[in-house]
Write a protein of this length. Structure first.
Length: 167
């Protein structure tokens, strides 16, 4: 899975989001991670996301004043396994290609345009309201606003409801 987007990862994140989004540079060698999400945050039940980072490139673009106005995250990203803590049911996703371009807007929000394979986790405060964990294969555009609220603006291609697969 190329990019895993969720701000609640903090610095450990993307490495998407979140969310990225949570975008940070990732080294070329594999690093493993495990991130728990309590019931109601990513699905209606507790899940754990485990994975190993892939080969990803991160770039920042600045304006004349040196302020970052755009970022680019591209590569193979993370291979992921999402597990329902109660049942042990899991879904594994290969490390596939994706590109995420983040643009800082004048109002302080960030707009992300992601293509390829991207997993986005939405919580109840997001739009549409979660909890949900969706694999987007194609294109997805979303805004990240005050309080790290995600708003899905649009998508094309295929979506896959990972929470439904983990029930």
């Amino acid at each position: 899975m190329s990019h895993f987007h969720r701000r609640r990862w903090g610095a450990a994140a993307i490495a998407a989001a979140a969310v990225f989004s949570v975008a940070a540079p990732v080294s070329a060698h594999a690093e493993t991670f495990e991130i728990p999400f309590p019931a109601g945050q990513a699905c209606d039940f507790d899940i754990v996301v485990t994975g190993s980072t892939g080969n990803t490139v991160y770039r920042e673009f600045s304006d004349r004043d040196g302020d970052v106005v755009r970022t680019l995250l591209a590569g193979t990203g993370a291979a992921l396994t999402l597990t329902n803590v109660e049942t042990g049911t899991s879904v594994s996703l290969k490390s596939n290609g994706a590109v995420s371009m983040a643009t800082v807007n004048p109002d302080g929000t960030t707009t992300l345009r992601s293509t390829g394979h991207n997993v986005i986790l939405l919580s109840p405060s997001d739009v549409p309201a979660g909890p949900s964990t969706t694999l987007y294969v194609g294109r997805v555009t979303y805004d990240v606003g005050a309080g790290n609220v995600f708003t899905i603006v649009g998508s094309s291609g295929q979506t896959r409801d990972l929470c439904a697969e983990l029930e």
